[in-house]
Ligand binder design. Structure first.
Ligand code: AMP
Length: 485
């Protein structure tokens, strides 16, 4: 399948060729023709699958086909004209044709950057980001140009709507990107309010890791006769990402091991995830002192500082990014070879998002969790969620004093990009065959959307333990059972 066959606007096709895209991804193959035809879409696919282009290419094609704006002036031009007439200029609301809602600022900026890339040859179609943390005067200036496309986080958008700066009466296309995440972050009321302000005639496309539960209910409420697309791609399953657990005795052991692993010669760039903003700062400082070029990224930083840090990462000036979950969502830097969980995430699905920062754009990646023995259960919860067994690995000179539970093992060291030793979905399992599993088993959900069943956390899935435990190959190659301690 070629991009040409999908019916994309020729100027956009040229931009794709210039960007080095040779063929559509599976989600693009399915979504683009339907969306160009004006269908509503419900798409289950994750970041890394090419979902941004899946909604943006058809949208640009449709926007480019609209008749030129009815010779109207932009709000900015109208204000200038009013001033010239000696009248008191009144701010005229921006009237976007397309709105993309995203859970985080980083993802919004990513979508805007990609849109600029795809729309580079389309005159008159501009995208702007409307984000929390950005100065209001700057946003007013952007809105005064009456951009066709707004990419926004819900909270700040509501502010502008309520103060009359944005009018959605001309909106034709609404996209909810990572809808499940927006609901997790408590944006449901904001989303309902925004959707209610848009015309019923709009086209709606919703992208989400899962279409179950609350997100599915909302999806069905806001779409009309949608085409449902479920993409289970290699990227979704992270088959190109090797995963490992290293058990550590204490913080000092963890820090020494991290320093050692960061010196791996196959490492190009890495993200280290911490549980708290404070730890992100402290560890970045410590790594800088140890000679790494490290930087922190977290939600307490001003948007400008966050953008500068991400730019430095993209330019390769920062080698190790030490980040919290929210700040790291949407990071798309293909040269990230390694992801480290300095702390395990609170929710199993965040693990999936974290490790997805590596292995991007068709490359391989390595995800390493540094775990103390008390956290063994949390590793199992992640394994249950991903239906993948994470091999436990030791490195000579860095072995934990306590023996790690021998539930799995991998050869030490020696990983190189291209290896993939992570377990495959459904390959091995923990609970007795046929034993009932707790619905939504895994991490208790705090706050969020009230604990709807998460993808991959439902019953079934076949984690079984055969007669006393998982039998895994140990580092020394001997076969031992789980109870063999
Ligand atoms: P996304 O899933 O939208 O976050 O996209 C993941 C990455 O894949 C981004 O860097 C995109 O620029 C890139 N990408 C999207 N579609 C294609 C394609 N058809 N060919 C090559 N790269 C792509």
């Amino acid at each position: 399948m070629t991009f040409e066959a999908l019916g994309i606007n020729t100027s956009v096709l040229k931009a794709l060729t210039d960007a080095g895209y040779t063929k559509p991804t599976p989600v693009q193959e399915q979504a683009v023709p339907a969306a160009i035809a004006g269908k509503d879409l419900l798409v289950s696919s994750q970041t890394g699958s090419g979902k941004t282009a899946a909604f943006m290419l058809p949208s640009l094609t449709r926007l480019a086909a609209l008749p030129p704006a009815a010779a109207g002036k932009t709000p900015n031009q109208e204000m200038q004209a009013a001033k010239a007439r000696g009248e008191r200029p009144r701010f005229k609301a921006a009237q976007p044709k397309m709105l993309v809602l995203t859970p985080t600022r980083e993802l919004a900026l990513q979508v805007t950057t990609n849109t600029d890339k795809y729309a580079v040859n389309l005159r008159g179609i501009k995208a702007v980001s409307i984000l929390g943390g950005m100065p209001y005067p700057k946003q007013m200036q952007l809105l005064s140009r009456n951009p066709e496309i707004l990419v926004a986080t819900p909270g700040r958008l509501i502010d502008h709507m309520e103060s009359g700066k944005i009018d959605f009466s001309q909106l034709q296309i609404l996209v909810l990107d990572e809808a499940d995440r927006m609901l997790d972050m408590g944006f449901i009321d904001d989303i309902e309010k925004i959707v209610a302000a848009t015309p019923d005639s709009r086209q709606t496309m919703l992208f989400s890791a899962t279409l179950d539960g609350v997100v599915g209910n909302m999806a069905r409420r806001i779409t009309k006769d949608p085409m449902v697309i479920q993409i289970i791609s290699a990227a979704n399953k992270h088959e190109n990402i090797s995963q490992r657990v290293h058990f550590v005795d204490d913080l000092s052991h963890k820090n020494r091991l991290l320093d050692h692993l960061l010196r791996d010669e196959t490492l190009d760039q890495a993200v280290v995830f911490t549980a708290t903003k404070r730890d992100a700062d402290t560890i970045a400082d410590r790594l800088n002192i140890a000679g790494f070029s490290a930087a922190a990224l977290h939600g307490d930083m001003h948007q400008g500082a966050r953008n500068r840090t991400l730019d430095s990462m993209r330019r390769g000036q920062v080698k190790v990014l030490v980040a919290t979950d929210v700040a790291a969502r949407g990071i798309d830097v293909p040269t990230i070879t390694h992801v480290f969980n300095y702390d395990l995430p609170k929710f199993a699905e965040d693990y999936v998002h974290r490790i997805g920062r590596t292995g991007r754009a068709g490359r391989n990646g390595l995800a390493i969790s540094l775990v103390n023995h008390a956290e063994g259960m949390n590793v199992k919860r992640i394994e249950r969620f991903t239906k993948q067994l994470i091999p436990v690995t030791t490195i000579e000179g860095f072995e934990p004093k306590r023996t790690a539970p021998p539930r799995s093992a991998a050869r030490p060291g020696g990983w190189k990009p291209g290896d993939n030793r992570g377990g495959k979905p459904g390959q091995r399992s923990f609970s007795k065959p046929g034993a009932p599993r707790k619905e939504g088993g895994g991490y208790p959900r705090e706050g969020g959307s009230g604990g709807y069943p998460r993808e991959g956390a439902s019953t079934g899935g076949g984690f079984n333990r055969d007669g006393g435990g998982y039998k895994g190959a140990r580092t020394d190659g001997a076969r031992r059972s789980y109870g063999d301690r």
